[in-house]
Design a protein. Structure first.
Length: 557
């Protein structure tokens, strides 16, 4: 007997026998459901024997036999009804527990999200991939057979998705491509740091999604519920099915605001802000302009996060503004980082530390934000220093810029495409999936060990496009990604430390040192960030013009 917990009220297991009843009772169960028909196996006890043993120890038993591989909609309804009638916690069993887990999954379709159902069953060791469409369809067997089909399906119309579509179209204009994304607006997210620093207006960073989808590409404005890579299918909310020959997955990250207690309730007020949201970046600048004295905290959660330099960029631009206004001496700046270093590539640290000193900022490492009380202007951090017990500390603040914890989206984490940590599992050079060779990924959601930045996606999109075209022609991948990422660290208004690096922290500068020395603050790098990169994004990257982004060829052996 191997009991697997699905919820606090239901667990499932493989075949139980009468002598197990006392142990089941001792484990706290008050009822059992038998989902295995009598006589299915020569070594299995009858339900009557199970029922008799259960009654002896005071457990209520119910018999709901299900033929292996034939869980009907009616079976799921019956299971839901029996579960509601029995005293909990309940243990349901069959030969392996799979039928019981499937019944619960279908019964829960109207009560829980697909992601929660798949996460619970996956954690218990059961794969519900075969009934995903039914779960999405409210637990019922779908009757719609009108599946759309495309040569290339792209999940996500952010920087990576649109750039990949444009790069593919520039190589093969007749390709049938569909992009799936529910959003109406597309954002140039690297611009939000500048909005929070009073340099850009928020509306400069937004365009309607429809205006950016490449010509000839179908836009399916819907959310993805699940993947069926074994069937070359993407399941949409509402149980619509989109089939593909090749798939690109790039939906970006989930900003997990709810992971910090009290944060959602106070965002955008009480001095709590974040440049990680379009509507909040202007509030950052408002707070900076209004602040004359007090404590300003800038937080950074555990990695991975997109644009790992963004939390400190907010600190530098704020400190610069306060310095220019002559109030810096009255403002106590704290950079509370859940990690142990200011920046992961040591070559840039000397320049950054000069600005930490200039703004007299306190660097508090291993400080992870866990709770906020906005009205009381208090925040709590778990301090997890190496080889030291975790300590919770309280800090008062007048202004706090929060970088939220970040994860892969729920529908990615529970999918067959994800690795054990929940990220799309790709070869870090070709960006092709390690298991499904007609699937590729780019952007923040895949598991290559590179910085999650727009600049990385700018380089990745042509690599993916080049390798997909090669695959369509029956050739091996011929382009490789070297881990390039760029982080223009806005250390003051008018100067930037332009960090450019690849796998392993290797420096990968785009310009000769006499033009831009990335390890030093420069006005040329600021001009690049403020004036050059936005047009490169809107008019180059998203249009398939691979300026400064030609794919690197795999060397012939």
């Amino acid at each position: 007997m191997d009991i697997k917990k699905l919820t606090t009220d239901l667990s499932v297991s493989d075949q139980v026998v009468p002598v197990d009843m006392q142990a089941i009772k001792d484990a706290g169960f008050r009822a059992i459901i038998c989902n295995r028909p009598d006589g299915e196996g020569a070594d299995q006890p009858t339900f009557a024997e199970i029922d008799k043993a259960a009654k002896k120890v005071g457990i209520k038993a119910s018999y709901l036999p299900i033929v292996s591989g034939k869980v009907t909609d009616e079976n799921a309804d019956a299971f839901d009804k029996v579960l509601a009638e029995l005293p909990g916690p309940v243990l349901a069993y069959c030969r392996t527990g799979t039928r019981s887990a499937t019944l619960w999954s279908l019964a829960q379709a109207d009560h829980s999200s697909l992601a929660d159902i798949l996460a619970a069953t996956k954690s218990a060791g059961y794969d519900m991939g075969g009934v995903v469409r039914r779960i999405v369809n409210g637990g019922k067997t779908p009757t719609d057979k009108g599946d759309a089909s495309y040569e290339i399906v792209i999940v996500g119309a952010g920087a990576g998705g649109i750039a990949a579509a444009a790069s593919l179209k520039s190589r093969k204009p007749d390709l049938e491509i569909a992009i799936i994304d529910p959003a109406d607006i597309h954002y140039y997210q690297p611009g939000w740091t500048m909005v929070g620093g009073g340099i850009f207006e928020a509306q400069e960073t937004a365009r309607t999604m429809g205006s950016l989808i490449p010509k000839g590409v179908t836009w399916i404005q819907a959310a993805v519920a699940a993947f069926e890579p074994q069937n070359n299918a993407v399941i949409l909310d509402g149980c619509r099915v989109v089939k593909y020959t090749r798939l690109i997955v790039c939906p970006g990250l989930k900003l997990d605001w709810n992971k910090v207690e009290g944060l959602v309730e106070t965002l955008g007020q009480n001095g709590v802000t974040s440049n990680y949201r379009y509507d909040l970046a202007p509030y950052t600048w408002q707070l900076v302009e209004q602040m004359k004295e007090g404590r300003a905290i800038f937080t950074q959660p555990p990695m991975p996060i997109k644009c790992a330099g963004a939390p400190q960029k907010a600190m530098y631009l704020s400190g610069d503004a306060w310095s220019r206004r002559g109030v810096l001496k009255d403002i106590d700046i704290h950079f509370n980082n859940a990690g142990g270093v200011l920046f992961g590539v040591k070559d840039y640290l000397p320049a950054l530390m000069e600005y930490v000193k200039k703004y007299d900022a306190n660097l508090n490492f291993f400080h992870n934000l866990v709770a906020v009380d906005g009205p009381a202007k208090k925040a709590w951090f778990d301090v997890s220093k190496p080889d030291t017990p975790v300590e919770r500390v309280e800090m008062d603040f007048d202004m706090m810029h929060v970088c939220p914890p970040q994860t892969a989206p729920d529908f990615i984490r529970v999918s067959p495409l994800a690795d054990a940590a929940g990220w799309i599992d790709v070869d870090q050079s070709t960006l092709r999936h390690k298991t499904y060779d007609n699937v590729w990924s780019l952007g923040d959601v895949m598991n290559a060990p590179n910085a999650k930045t727009m600049a990385a996606a700018r380089i990745q999109a042509p690599v993916v496009a080049e390798n997909i075209i090669a695959d369509m022609q029956g050739r091996s991948p011929n382009a490789q990604y070297n881990g390039y990422g760029s982080c223009p660290l806005t250390v003051e208004r008018g100067k930037i430390v332009l960090a450019e690096f690849g796998y392993g922290g290797t420096l990968l500068p785009s310009f000769p040192k006499f033009i831009i020395d990335g390890t030093k603050p420069s006005r040329a790098a600021w001009f690049l960030k403020e004036k050059i990169l936005p047009p490169i994004y809107w008019k180059g990257m998203l249009k398939g013009r691979e300026w400064l982004a030609k794919p690197e060829k795999i060397a012939a052996k």
